[in-house]
Ligand binder design. Structure first.
Ligand SMILES: Cc1cc2nc3c(=O)[nH]c(=O)nc-3n(C[C@H](O)[C@H](O)[C@H](O)COP(=O)(O)OP(=O)(O)OC[C@H]3O[C@@H](n4cnc5c(N)ncnc54)[C@H](O)[C@@H]3O)c2cc1C
Length: 487
């Protein structure tokens, strides 16, 4: 069992370069010795199960694999329902693709950050635990907008440029209400079917936008999908727009404004503290076997645990890294192996000068940055956030990051930079989920249980797939399903 202080140990792991799970664990172990020791001292440690356990009595009612937002929500539900629950997390921290980490004298989000009141599952958590909300209005109210065209910076005239770009976004999503009349029941009608092979770029091409407007619209959708516009599915973006009431004001507020003031870890901790699940960190799972009424889970270090039900809350792109017996469906395996397309960088940048409220964009032909903006600014300098599609971009290299920023603003001096290389982390293999066009129709299969196993991650959620809200939606629902089944 871990205590709150240990869970809050958000040791920065950006030094991790290994791409294999074994290399990653070797590096992680250096920073997690204390956590491993704490876990192994747990008074609630189960005795080593034997083969006889499979099909007979189980060590637990529910094993949850993965301690991101989805896994923590699921473990809360099952443990609060009185089910003996253990949560097995591969890394030395909870939070998954949310990561509230120290940066200089403050803490910043290296992963998921923004939430909004039109995301009902996460907002219910805000209410439930009285979590304070932070506001960074600079992102939606820039004084300067600089975009790259043929590799050169162009200063936009915001009063004339933004309305055209805004109209481009509105036109892109023109049929959102018709296609998704009930965004939380995406398959309520078949109106999505004519669009199921359409990529984001296919849709942009239909609009006939003027060149500079298209550069901006491409930049915005490529960063929303965290993928080249030719790779991400149009329906993935359309669904969000529909859920936000089909307007750009709520869209802008939802994607870059409101956040948890005390960090995403405040929500993770609240969910874990609310339940009574046993938490084991630094415990990657390698195999899941089902036999009769019991499921046996084997960890990379050879421990076995049994339970009546298992919830796999690991990222879609890593599902195929676990062995299953019997094998899970071909569709689940294939989608995991071909991966969703969300991948790239997010970084925090400090500049020496106060550069005011700036907004930077570049279309998806420029890898390092599609979308950058002022987060906070003042006499001590400006804190910028930037997002790009190049997952291998050296986010912690001051010279590389300075060169990138100086392409837009040659006069600006970058003093600090900080990011996490999600693409290199074997326990995420990417960032937020955007499905490829043809994968949209496969969501019901990605949600279908496999015997006594259910998959529950933001990546197979129904509405805010790819977001914190989606993780809580499916994690909560899955935990409640098992709570009812085992009551
Ligand atoms: C850079 C970035 C920016 C983002 N921005 C936003 C945003 O502003 N707003 C928003 O709502 N969302 C955002 N997201 C997306 C959001 O963070 C995720 O969709 C959500 O947190 C995913 O939660 P999850 O629980 O489904 O998966 P994860 O958080 O990935 O959790 C899965 C857990 O499973 C563990 N695991 C993996 N394999 C194993 C194994 N074999 N055994 C045991 N454990 C394993 C992982 O270590 C991880 O802890 C962002 C994500 C990133 C990366």
């Amino acid at each position: 069992m871990t205590d709150k202080k240990e869970r809050e140990d958000q040791t920065a792991s950006s030094e991790t370069k290994g791409s294999s799970r074994r290399q990653f664990m070797a590096t992680a172990a250096v920073t997690s010795v204390g956590l491993v020791a704490a876990c192994s001292q747990s008074a609630d440690e189960p005795s080593a199960p034997t083969a006889a356990n499979v099909g007979g009595g189980s060590d637990y009612d529910v094993i949850v694999i993965g301690g991101g937002m989805a896994g923590c929500a699921a473990a809360r539900e099952t443990s609060k329902a009185g089910l003996r629950t253990v949560l097995l997390e591969a890394r030395n921290r909870l939070g998954g693709r949310t990561y509230y980490a120290p940066f200089g004298d403050k803490k910043v989000e290296l992963g998921g950050n923004y939430i909004y009141w039109l995301q009902p599952h996460v907002w219910a958590e805000v209410d439930r635990y009285a979590l304070p909300i932070g506001d960074s209005p600079a992102a939606v109210n820039p004084d300067r907008w600089i975009y790259l065209k043929d590799g050169k910076p162009v200063e936009a005239d915001i009063p004339t440029f933004w309305p055209k770009v805004d109209q481009g976004l509105i036109d892109f999503c023109a049929n959102s209400r018709e296609v998704f009349p009930r965004p939380y029941d995406t398959f309520f009608t078949d109106n999505w079917k004519p669009y199921q092979e359409l990529s984001i770029q296919d849709r942009i091409d239909q609009l006939g936008l003027e060149e500079d407007v298209e550069l901006a619209v491409n930049a915005i959708w490529s960063i929303m999908s965290h993928a080249k516009c030719s790779d991400g599915g149009f329906l993935e973006m359309l669904r969000w727009w529909a859920a936000l009431g089909s307007n750009s004001i709520d869209f802008n507020n939802a994607v870059s404004r409101y956040k948890l003031d005390n960090g995403t870890s405040s929500l993770i901790n609240a969910m874990i503290d609310d339940g009574s699940a046993e938490v084991k960190l630094s415990t990657p799972v390698s195999r899941i076997e089902q036999s009769g009424d019991s499921v046996r889970v084997t960890t990379e270090d050879g421990q076995t645990l049994t339970a009546k039900r298992v919830i796999v809350s690991t990222p879609l792109n890593t599902w195929a890294d676990i062995e299953y017996d019997p094998q899970i469906s071909d569709v689940k395996l294939q989608v995991s192996q071909e991966r969703h397309v969300g991948n790239g960088n997010k970084l925090h940048i400090m500049t020496k000068q106060d550069i005011g409220n700036v907004f930077l964009t570049a279309d998806d032909s420029f890898g390092p940055l599609q979308y950058g903006y002022t987060y906070t600014t003042g006499p001590e300098g400006t804190h910028m956030l930037s997002y790009g599609l190049d997952g291998m971009f050296d986010v912690n290299n001051l010279e590389t990051v300075s060169d990138m920023i100086n392409l837009f603003m040659p006069e600006v001096e970058v003093t600090k930079t900080y990011g996490y290389q999600w693409a290199l982390d074997p326990f995420s293999k990417g960032t937020w989920c955007t499905l490829r066009p043809h994968q949209f129709a496969l969501v019901p299969e990605l949600q279908r249980p496999e015997g006594n196993i259910r998959f529950a991650t933001s990546d197979n959620a129904t509405m805010w797939r790819g977001w914190i809200d989606g993780a809580i939606e499916i994690g909560t629902r899955t935990g409640q399903i098992y709570a009812q089944e085992l009551a």
